[in-house]
Design a protein around this ligand. Structure first.
Ligand SMILES: [Zn+2]
Ligand SMILES: [Zn+2]
Length: 232
């Protein structure tokens, strides 16, 4: 395989062994895409055709408004609405419903990230199959969030032989199951702390158990913070 641009970031992010390495790679791609779309790419006619068609999800509208200037975002919205109005005017109510449902489920940024994640997984499984240093890095991961654990299982099936896939699944499951044991223990302890008999005990690692549990389930850290006072 020719050296692909993704083997370097994969090695870097898996080298940190801090949190879900695939979230960390996803965040890098997402940052790049948001900067790109609110920068020079915004004026490119090819890109505009795509953003007019696919639009953006709530998460990525939010990020664009956070990072980008107001005018580029307004210009994207201006032509996006022009296209949407044209489509709605041409369609009957059932067609309008179908069109709007498709629009709700599509996002230009999500689509671009997914394309890059596809190539990234191809590179990841190449490294896992061929590079001893990466194999060790992989085994040293603390955990994967569920969305990325699921993707590892899915892409692994696509990229590995049946025999290698079985080995890979056992390896990634041993990472995941030991993490889930720890996380469940932390959630249990968090709940126990609200029982007066344990109120004076140490929190151990459970203070952010709710946040970590939600993160594991969704791949995104929630914005709320747990109420850690036990004076209920
Ligand atoms: Zn993740
Ligand atoms: Zn999106």
């Amino acid at each position: 395989m020719s050296e692909h641009i993704y083997t370097i970031p994969i090695n870097d992010h898996f080298g940190k062994a801090d949190g879900c390495a695939l979230c960390s790679l996803f965040n890098m791609l997402e940052r790049n895409e948001i900067e790109r779309i609110t920068g020079a790419a915004m004026m490119e006619p090819d890109v505009r055709i795509q953003t007019n068609r696919f639009g953006f999800c709530e998460r990525h509208f939010g990020k664009m408004l956070l990072v980008g200037k107001r005018l580029p975002v307004a210009l994207i919205l201006q032509s996006h609405f022009e296209i949407i109005r044209g489509e709605l005017e041409r369609k009957k109510p059932e067609g309008q419903g179908k069109y709007l449902q498709e629009l709700e489920n599509s996002c230009y940024v999500c689509g671009r990230i997914q394309e890059q994640m596809d190539s990234l997984y191809g590179n990841l499984f190449w490294l896992w199959s061929n590079d001893r240093a990466f194999q060790e890095r992989f085994r040293a991961q603390p955990y994967f969030c569920f969305p990325h654990y699921r993707e590892l299982l899915f892409y692994g099936q696509k990229h590995l032989s049946k025999k290698d896939y079985r080995i890979f699944c056992a390896e990634v499951w041993s990472i995941e199951t030991s993490y889930l044991e720890t996380l469940s223990g932390d959630i249990d302890w968090f709940c126990k702390k609200f029982d007066y008999r344990f109120a004076k005990e140490d929190w151990k690692n459970s203070k952010d158990a709710i946040e970590r549990a939600v993160y594991t389930l969704t791949g995104h850290m929630p914005e709320f913070r747990s109420e850690i006072s036990t004076t209920i």
